[in-house]
Write a protein that binds this ligand. Structure first.
Ligand SMILES: [Zn+2]
Length: 44
C-alpha cells in the first residue's frame, strides 16, 4: 500500500489524485506575472 502525499503541501491524496495546491500556485503566479506586466506598462 502506498501513501499518496502531495510533495508540495503534504496533503494526503487518493492514488492518481492531483492536489489542487499546485494548480492554485500556478494560477497565482500567472496572476502576479500579469499584474506586474500591467504595472510596468502603466509606468511607461
Ligand atoms: Zn498539495
Amino acid at each position: 500500500m502506498y501513501d499518496y502525499k502531495c510533495n508540495k503541501c503534504g496533503a494526503y491524496l487518493d492514488s492518481g489524485e492531483h492536489c489542487d495546491c499546485q494548480s492554485k500556485k500556478e494560477e497565482l503566479e500567472e496572476l502576479r506575472y500579469m499584474e506586474a506586466e500591467r504595472k510596468s506598462n502603466d509606468r511607461i
